[in-house]
Design a protein around this ligand. Structure first.
Ligand SMILES: C[S@@+](CC[C@H](N)C(=O)[O-])C[C@H]1O[C@@H](n2cnc3c(N)ncnc32)[C@H](O)[C@@H]1O
Length: 196
């Protein structure tokens, strides 16, 4: 595990959070966000999602194993007065507390063993925004390790307990220079508890 953090620390050594963008599924569907609550940017890197969520008024946690990325994010969020707190950890199911987050965002990270904990960690009425790389690609972009690549429609299966508000994966159909390629997008809603 240590070597993963070292690898990512090196990757972030020359990067600046000012250039970090929210993932498209979040930015393009931000009208779904609640006006307040607690959000998580899981495997946040430089925190493009975290800063976006905080700018929307959500108290935001940003988790990642890279101390370099988190140090840069913490400093950047401080200068922008964004309510982002960072947590350095190797994410495992034990990191999650049930019914805690109103919003969870995961982009360009996949650990299938976390899915149940992610669902449990949403409050009833909470939203999951997910966007990551697919096995069906039109070019070499993204990881080559199959463990980190989604099968066709896999996000729908991994998060089947959630109501699907949005799903997109254009696979290799049609004009491959257009549309969403190499990645899938998903927004899921944890149904609020029925009224007694
Ligand atoms: C491809 S980057 C994506 C970063 C960010 N979510 C984005 O979309 O720009 C993957 C991130 O996952 C983090 N990561 C990888 N394995 C991890 C683990 N086991 N626990 C915590 N973070 C991890 C890396 O440090 C890196 O920041």
């Amino acid at each position: 595990m240590e070597s993963i953090a070292v690898k990512w620390d090196r990757a972030y050594a020359d990067s600046d959070p000012v250039n970090a963008q929210p993932c498209a599924v979040l930015a393009e569907n931000s009208y779904l966000l609640p006006s307040q609550g607690l959000a998580l940017d899981l495997a946040c890197g430089l925190g493009g999602n975290a800063c976006f969520l905080a700018a929307q008024g959500l108290v935001t946690e940003a988790w990642d194993c890279s101390g370099v990325a988190l140090a840069k994010l913490k400093q950047y969020a401080g200068t922008k007065k964004l309510n982002v707190s960072v947590r350095q950890c190797f994410v495992g199911a034990e990191c999650f507390v049930p019914s805690r987050f109103h919003v969870i965002v995961v982009s360009r990270f996949l650990d299938r063993s976390l899915c149940d904990a992610i669902i449990a960690s949403l409050v009833p009425g909470g939203l999951l925004f997910y966007q990551t790389f697919t096995l069906t690609k039109v070019n070499e972009k993204g990881p080559s390790n199959r463990d980190f690549l989604l099968e066709n429609t896999e996000l729908l299966k991994l998060f089947a307990p959630l109501d699907v508000l949005y799903y997109r994966d254009n696979q290799r159909i049609g004009d491959a220079s257009q549309g969403l390629r190499n990645e899938a997008q998903f927004i899921g809603l944890k149904q609020p508890k029925p009224l007694e």
